[in-house]
Design a protein around this ligand. Structure first.
Ligand code: PEP
Ligand code: MG
Length: 757
């Protein structure tokens, strides 16, 4: 059974579109279960019905024509309860609805299982039989397993159709919504520019060829170059490897021949696709076909195809480097957006961001929030490589991407954009006003930075200090470690721009989802592995260079403080202190007049929550990193869209941990700040000030929003709200209670919904 399952799933995976995928399913499942009928009904939301999309056994004329309204018939029953229905004689069931066009009157046994993708029912998979007998348990389990595995493929095929403007049953469709999670609030309307890492065949998007003949000629040149490389390798290996292995290169050259792979790519270019897209399409098809072969030797040939086609891709990209043309209304789309991709787009052209991977707390989303660009993350069903040039709406409030927008929906979103712009303009007046509650409790709003451009923007917004300078950001954008001199220049810029206001520099926090191309860290569990202070303590030369640069950069400005990330025990703090003292001592010895800066520790791990007091004793200040603290307390990977709905800083466990940290640190009489994203969430900020946080540090784009909300509540009301939510035991209830309190305080809708978690 397992082998049959695997083979059906692979065949369906290799199908070119929804129709062929469904045809394969019905034929192969009918055979596997020795049934007389197998059919698939899919929900077409546009007509609110389940449409018979494919069948082996029912009248073929009925396909695409027969449909049942939602809730109707046995199909409606399976879909409604999202559970299998297994009947000896379907016609005796009260929900049975006879559909004469299908010719199903002869079939009695009925087994229908729901096709569920991400908690929503896409349709129903049915098998039927003439005999009056129940399908047995094993058959039922087989169908359920298969349906679970096929749901993703069907969803993908449906999504591809929707991008082209067609519903599952072939109707014209618009306003297709792809859900993800909010990465950065706001709404943007624009056209997709799909970006992709070089040399990765699986991520090349489709694009129109500008000149088909030229494209074919260029492709053939690159193909010849690879052929020549192969011949050369063949010659060079003579006498070094067994003749049998050497023959492999001949096979490669033949695979590239005009009547083999090469020809298929040319045919695809002739349909109008650019060479890279055509090559990727053909390569991926062949790889899939090979991978599904039963014979292991042949299965492994998929690797050869990948290798060969990657070599051709290398020439295509090398001889004609991809120059991405950013449109004036760019919605940047990628399978996995990286900070480097973002900063390449001219700022005035970048309107929105969409990433298939990652979630609202991925570092790229944090960067997007800092830049104030509406962003949707983790839109896992989005067929991103079909999107280049297509109009999209990015709803960064709800975490949704809408393709083929209708005039009506576009108009609605244009209104939200207007509302948004008005709100931002209104907030401007708050820039120079103090951040204090209605009953005059003063709160300090600082900013998180990474790039120099953040600094300028932050000063513009009236920031009172930098609570977190993510020093890894300039490291991420380089091709090697910056030298001490280069680092000093970067740090000096930040310190100088903000002086005399305080700048908190965090020591290098790489690992997890932040890896440096020139210092790759490959681990099974990167978030539980070599990250932050663990890396830099193991590499004191990197740590020392960074501390020396920071100290030197601060000479004469005296507004630096240094903060340590990912601390899990006091030894890490003691060892770091020793190195910082050593760096300081060295500089003094070198004759420089360097002041020893205040040192702080980030509370990001549950272990640190319970050691907050001991840690506070050792340092000058404590700052909570609520992003990681939430991730580690709830065991929810901040980067994984599948569990993004479980990630919430409003979870009672997180709130209790935060409260506990505040009291431990206050007992030591040390200042306590927070620099995780929760501080930039207006509702979150209200709870944090009630807990007693002295400083809230956030991305500049949210600063005025938070200020506006804090100014509209009293500390007393905030404390009442905190007392109330600390009694609650559910994150959603807490979120709703906070939203309700803001609503009652007259806070604008767009401010309340700035983040969803
Ligand atoms: C945090 O974890 O809350 C934090 C501020 O650090 P980062 O998001 O860079 O991991
Ligand atoms: Mg962190």
């Amino acid at each position: 059974m397992l082998e049959q399952l695997r083979s059906i799933v692979q065949k369906v995976n290799a199908a070119k579109d929804l129709r062929s995928a469904l045809d394969i399913i019905v034929h192969r499942v009918r055979e596997a279960l020795d049934a007389q009928v197998c059919s698939v009904y899919l929900l077409d939301k546009d007509i609110n019905s389940h449409v018979l999309m494919a069948s082996d056994g029912l009248n073929q004329e009925a396909i695409g024509h027969v449909s049942l309204e939602v809730g109707e018939g046995l199909i409606g029953l399976v879909a409604k309860h999202a559970e299998p229905v297994n009947l000896q004689d379907a016609s005796l069931h009260p929900s049975y609805l006879y559909l004469k066009e299908t010719g199903e009157e002869n079939f009695h046994a009925f087994l229908g299982v729901p096709i569920i993708h991400h908690r929503s029912v896409l349709g129903v998979l049915v098998v039927q039989h003439e005999d009056r007998r129940r399908f047995d348990e094993e058959e039922e389990a087989f169908l359920i397993t298969l349906s679970a595995q096929l749901a993703g493929v069907i969803a993908h095929a449906e999504a591809t159709g929707a991008i082209a403007g067609v519903s599952p049953s072939g109707h014209k469709t618009s306003d297709t919504v792809f859900t993800g999670v909010s990465g950065s609030p706001g709404v943007a309307i624009g056209h997709a520019v799909v970006v992709f890492p070089l040399a990765d065949l699986s991520q090349i998007p489709d694009r129109p060829a500008k000149d088909i003949d030229k494209e074919i000629k260029f492709f053939n040149e690159c193909l010849n170059a690879v052929r020549e490389d192969m011949r050369e390798l063949h010659r060079r290996l003579a006498g070094h490897v067994a003749e049998e292995e050497r023959q492999l290169f001949d096979v490669y050259v033949r695979m590239l021949d005009d009547d083999a792979l090469g020809n298929e790519v040319v045919q695809r270019i002739k349909t109008g696709n650019w060479a890279q897209g055509a090559l990727a399409y053909v390569a991926n098809e062949h790889v899939r076909n090979f991978e599904e072969m039963n014979d292991q030797y042949l299965r492994e040939r998929a690797v050869d195809i990948k290798d060969l086609c990657s070599r051709v891709l290398f020439y295509l990209q090398d001889k004609d480097p991809v120059v991405t043309e950013y449109r004036d209304d760019t919605i940047l789309v990628s399978e996995e957006l990286t900070p480097a991709m973002l900063v390449e787009v001219p700022k005035d052209k970048l309107k929105g961001l969409v990433s298939v991977k990652g979630s609202g707390n991925s570092h790229v989303a944090i960067l997007a929030r800092t830049m104030g660009i509406p962003t949707v993350m983790g839109s896992v069903d989005l067929p991103y490589n079909q999107l280049d040039g297509k109009e999209l709406i990015v709803d960064g409030y709800k975490g949704e991407v809408i393709s083929n927008p209708s005039d009506q929906v576009r108009k609605r979103y244009l209104n939200t954009i207007k509302e948004q712009d008005l709100l931002i303009a209104d907030l401007e007046v708050l820039k120079d006003l103090p951040c204090e509650t209605a009953d005059h409790h003063r709160v300090h709003l600082w900013v998180n930075t990474g790039l120099m451009s953040d600094v300028m923007h932050s000063l513009d917004q009236g920031a009172e200090g930098i609570g977190l300078f993510r020093t890894e950001v300039p490291f991420l954008l380089r091709e090697r470690f910056p030298s001490e001199q280069e680092q000093m220049a970067i740090y000096r810029e930040q310190l100088q721009a903000f002086a005399p206001k305080i700048v908190t520099m965090r020591t290098l926090d790489v690992g997890g989802d932040k890896s440096l191309s020139y210092f790759p860290i490959k681990e099974e569990n990167p978030f539980l592995g070599w990250r932050g202070i663990r890396v830099t303590l193991d590499h004191p030369e990197i740590f020392m260079a960074q501390i020396r640069s920071m100290l030197r950069a601060s000479i004469g400005l005296e507004n630096l403080q240094i903060m340590l990330p990912m601390v899990s025990n006091i030894n890490e703090v003691n060892s770091s202190m020793q190195l910082i003292k050593k760096a300081h001592h060295e500089l003094i010895q070198e004759g420089l007049d360097v002041r020893f800066p205040p040192i702080g520790v980030m509370i990001e791990l549950p272990a640190a929550v319970y050691q907050a007091r001991a840690l506070a004793k050792l340092v000058d200040f404590i700052s909570v990193g609520s992003n990681d603290l939430t991730q580690y307390l709830l065991a929810v990977d901040r980067n994984n869209p599948r569990v993004a709905h479980l990630y919430s800083a409003f979870h009672p466990a997180v709130l209790h941990a935060l409260y506990q940290v505040v009291s431990s640190v206050q007992e030591e009489g040390k200042p306590i700040s927070i620099c995780g994203e929760m501080a930039g969430d207006p509702g979150g900020a209200v709870l944090l000030i009630a807990m007693g946080f002295d400083i809230l540090s956030m991305n500049a784009a949210t600063l005025l929003k938070v200020k506006s909300v804090i100014r509209s509540v009293s500390l007393e009301a905030a404390q009442d709200l905190l007392d109330q939510v600390m009694q609650m035991d559910d994150a959603q209830m807490i979120r709703s209670a906070v939203d309700m309190a803001l609503y009652n305080a007259g806070v604008d809708r767009l401010l309340r919904s700035s983040r969803t978690n």
